[in-house]
Design a protein around this ligand. Structure first.
Ligand SMILES: Cc1cc2nc3c(=O)[nH]c(=O)nc-3n(C[C@H](O)[C@H](O)[C@H](O)COP(=O)(O)OP(=O)(O)OC[C@H]3O[C@@H](n4cnc5c(N)ncnc54)[C@H](O)[C@@H]3O)c2cc1C
Length: 123
């Protein structure tokens, strides 16, 4: 089995196939591992996305990076537990984030909306 591309998706596919017992999988990367778009988003694994499938994938990835990979490999996976801010500067974006808030309770995240007045004092 050949996986083309060593970004987060290819690497995760190889990892999970191996976990499932596939022992003839190989990953081909034309440059360096994670040098594609994955490089741009290192450290930004959000918990909320518009679809429940994405939310589940993110939750699984977080669990792997935070609790599993270190133990399996003996190496630090580089996980830092941070919070995050979604910043809306128009009504449409704010509505989108409010919709995301309805998903958030499913993953036990309790978000807060800060007004621009509060933000101007926090930043
Ligand atoms: C600026 C930016 C910010 C982002 N911010 C976030 C964020 O905050 N949170 C988030 O979850 N997501 C974010 N994303 C999206 C996220 O980075 C991507 O969805 C994810 O990294 C895609 O992973 P991938 O493995 O599919 O692709 P890639 O990481 O692009 O990996 C594809 C790999 O395939 C290799 N490749 C391509 N063609 C071949 C070939 N023919 N032979 C061999 N190798 C090949 C490439 O070299 C590359 O390494 C962001 C993306 C960008 C660009």
């Amino acid at each position: 089995m050949v996986i083309i591309g060593g970004g987060s998706v290819g690497a995760s596919t190889l990892y999970h196939l191996t976990k499932l017992g596939v022992n003839n999988a190989v990953l081909l990367e034309r440059d360096q591992l994670t040098s594609g778009t994955t490089w741009h988003s290192a450290g930004l694994v959000w918990r909320l996305r518009p679809s429940d499938v994405e939310v589940e994938l993110l939750a699984h990835t977080r669990e792997l990076a935070r609790d599993v990979l270190d133990k399996e490999t003996g190496l630090w996976a580089g996980w830092n537990e941070n919070g995050g801010l979604f910043i809306a500067n128009n009504k449409e974006r704010l509505d989108e984030y409010k919709r995301l808030m309805t998903v958030s309770y499913l993953v036990l995240v309790v978000p807060t909306i800060f007004t621009s007045w509060i933000m101007s004092r926090l930043l």
